[in-house]
Design a protein around this ligand. Structure first.
Ligand SMILES: Nc1nc2c(ncn2[C@@H]2O[C@H](COP(=O)(O)OP(=O)(O)OP(=O)(O)O)[C@@H](O)[C@H]2O)c(=O)[nH]1
Ligand SMILES: [Mg+2]
Length: 691
């Protein structure tokens, strides 16, 4: 691969709803620039972007991919992303290293859920963006309708820079409104604008010039005074407007039939910001900040946005150099682990290929293999100049399964392999649920977890069984109760004696556990036995008396007791404490508490009714409802027990057009009729275990 200066680079990420044609666009671009001799197809599993085994199997992108395209002395690093929202982690990774976004829409379906989500991710990073209306060859493709739809949904000056010649079956090329040339077919050469398009093009150009002038005070003056702007001035104004996020330039074409792609690449080079335009802040070890720019002479700061665990190569780390230069055969420092790492060779990625390089310069994207202590979202820097780049924020997990090893051999592999998987993918989470003891794997949806589990099986031979996780209930009480327990064992050998009188009281939610002996009067129990009583009670806190779930928010006040001069001992008071705890707990109006989630659901308006009635069946309490621009947003509190499969159910209710987010809010008593069933079930399980 030729070498490029920082100013010759363009890091752009493709964003769009599933199936808008991102991978096909990247494929056509890389083909047009001559880097591959055959244009692959998503349908055949032969594209540069969809190289992952799972992507090929499913015919959708499941991961981000870097596809460098050399065009007219520049290198466009195209970051292809999945449109499927389960892979939001991959999208955010790509967005975090791009300097601009290309949002694809399908002119028949217009703006979709994935379009809006992706738009939002670009907003979070304040990235400039353009829109590419793809699939102009499709029957019923209508550029103007797509444009109207964009303007209804998004703010900013949304203005075409290239317009289609024909639509649907008649789509033949595009007209570039800056150069006022037509690019027919594959767009390799420019031609005159077809006569029947002249008036339309003139009109569109007027709008474009107005938008370009807006970006620059000097230009707007000139424009208002009625002077013609030169092509250079239009370019300058447009570039500034796009970079500042005010202007959203719109292009069009057909990735599948290779129409409009070359002129679009010309525009990427002309209008998209190069890496030098941007600064980012990094943290220094003392907590202060340092501003970084894509400058080869600056300190090294490279951000790892993607990690692939390869069973043969080992770990592959994809990084972007935000400052300085990453050289092969060097030593670097990795944060947050604080480890010195050895870099033997650096490469440019192209899909799954690794193209050897001697260095990766400021602003560029590269890969390095076999780093020991570096995972996704880590920063590579110099030991003597330590810097940390802020990783993106990810949504809370939406979908969980309980995993167990299939065999004994799997059991040994499970921990390390799950660890590797979470290192690779920041939206995957593994934890052991306190209370149920299950190992829980969480992620963004069913497909996400299914894929993670398949990968672990294929790459590392780990067999896992999955189940719906048990709900982590808690037990608590609703009123006070007092009672005593006498533990007495005085037959044969050494005797045991302990008697404890105790009152149990409910605490506020989050109160935890309190133990108090200040009411014990006149030495009825010797102080040295207090810890024994507490220990006895604590032995049942993880396994509550009601149904075996952890006990929360209770206060135990010991107020009296009895001792025996010889037989009172630690074990006797432990048992007495444990037993009086069980008795008082069960007498104090015990309840099961369940986790309640805050849920926000966004769906096209027409599904609002279905969503509300479905929430009803889930014991949901709707807290708010908003409708705006054809979309409805519902906020509600819903018990976790009813939300475990929501990722699947919402998809089927809305044909994949709904999204939601969810996070823990608080715990509440389970309604009695439901609690009875859970308690009965727990009893049956406990009995089965005893047998
Ligand atoms: N008619 C037509 N079909 C296209 C065009 N571009 C892509 N397609 C088809 O649309 C389908 C989806 O294309 P992809 O490139 O996989 O879309 P994507 O945006 O990468 O999809 P995800 O990776 O799932 O988000 C494939 O069958 C493509 O052949 C186009 O310009 N015109
Ligand atoms: Mg794709």
């Amino acid at each position: 691969m030729a070498s490029f200066t920082t100013a010759q680079l363009r890091n752009v990420t493709l964003i769009g709803h599933s199936s808008s044609g991102k991978t096909t666009l990247a494929e056509t671009m890389v083909f047009d620039t001559g880097a591959v001799s055959r244009r692959g197809r998503v349908e055949d599993g032969t594209t540069v972007g969809d190289w992952d085994e799972e992507a090929i199997r499913r015919r959708i992108s499941v991961a981000s991919s870097v596809i460098p395209c050399e065009h007219k002395g520049h290198k466009i690093n195209v970051l292809d992303t999945p449109g499927f929202i389960d892979f939001v982690g991959e999208i955010k990774g790509a967005v975090s290293v791009a300097d601009a976004g290309i949002v694809l829409i399908d002119p028949v379906s217009g703006v979709e859920v994935g379009t809006e989500l992706g738009w939002g991710y670009l907003d979070e990073r304040e990235l400039p963006r353009v829109v590419f209306v793809n699939k102009m060859d499709r029957e019923n493709a209508n550029f103007q309708r797509a444009l109207d739809n964009l303007r209804e949904t998004f703010s900013g000056t949304i203005v075409p820079v290239q317009i289609p010649v024909g639509e649907g079956g008649e789509f033949k090329g595009v007209i570039d409104l800056v150069s006022m040339k037509a690019f027919m077919g594959d767009g390799a050469t420019a031609s005159e604008i077809p006569g029947n398009m002249a008036a339309v093009a003139d009109d569109a150009r007027t709008q474009l010039i107005e938008a370009a002038a807006e970006g620059d005070d000097e230009l707007i003056m000139k424009y208002l005074e009625g002077e013609e702007l030169t092509a250079d001035e239009i370019n300058r104004g447009l570039k500034a407007g796009i970079a500042g996020g005010k202007v959203i330039a719109v292009f069009c074409g057909s990735a599948a039939t290779n129409v409009g792609i070359r002129p679009f690449m010309d525009a990427i080079v002309a209008f998209m910001p190069d890496p030098t335009a941007k600064t980012i802040t990094a943290q220094k070890p003392d907590g202060s900040e340092e501003t970084l720019r894509a400058d080869a002479t600056g300190p090294l700061a490279a951000f790892v946005f993607k990690t692939v665990a390869d069973p043969y190569v080992g770990k592959i780390s994809y990084f972007r150099v935000f400052s300085g230069v990453m050289r092969g055969d060097s030593r670097i420092y990795s944060l947050p682990s604080g480890t010195e790492e050895r870099v033997s060779q650096v490469f440019h990625p192209r899909g799954k290929e690794q193209l050897p390089a001697t260095e990766i310069t400021a602003g560029d994207i590269g890969i390095v293999n076999k780093l020991a202590a570096t995972g996704t979202n880590h920063t590579l820097c110099d030991r003597g100049h330590q810097l940390t780049i802020q990783p993106p924020a990810y949504p809370d997990p939406l979908f969980s399964v309980a995993v167990t090893p299939k065999t004994k051999a799997d059991s040994a592999k499970m921990g390390p392999t799950l660890g590797r998987a979470t290192e690779e993918d920041p939206t995957l989470e593994v934890r052991t649920e306190h209370g149920t003891g299950e190992v829980i794997l969480s992620g963004m949806g069913e497909v996400h977890l299914d894929l993670a589990i398949r990968r672990m099986e294929q790459k590392f031979g780990l067999g896992l069984l999955t189940a719906v996780p048990k709900v982590p209930y808690n037990e608590s009480i609703t009123r006070s109760a007092s009672d005593y327990h006498r533990h007495k064992k005085q037959t044969g050998g050494a005797g045991q004696f302990g008697e404890v009188h105790m009152e149990i009281k409910p605490l506020e939610r989050g109160g935890g556990f309190e133990f108090d002996t200040s009411r014990v009067f006149g030495g009825s129990i010797q102080n040295s036995f207090f810890p024994s009583i507490e220990k006895g009670i604590r032995s049942r806190l993880d396994r509550g008396p009601l149904a075996g779930y952890p006990v929360v928010d209770v206060r135990c006040e010991v107020y009296d007791g009895k001792m025996h001069p010889v037989d009172s001992k630690d074990i006797a008071f432990q048992i007495a404490g444990r037993e009086v705890f069980k008795k008082t707990f069960l007498a104090a109006g015990p309840v099961l508490l369940e986790p309640i989630m805050d849920v926000t659901i966004t769906v096209p308006e027409e599904y609002m009714g279905d969503i509300m009635s479905d929430l009803n069946t889930r014991r949901g309490r709707v807290q708010g409802m908003e409708q705006n621009k054809g979309k409805g947003v519902v906020t509600a509190q819903v018990p976790l027990a009813e939300m475990q499969r929501y990722a699947i159910d919402l998809r089927s209710i809305t044909q994949g057009r709904g999204v939601y987010s969810m996070k823990f809010s608080h715990r509440e008593p389970v309604p009695a009729h439901i609690a009875d069933g859970i308690i009965a079930q727990a009893k049956r399980e406990a009995e089965a275990e005893d047998e």
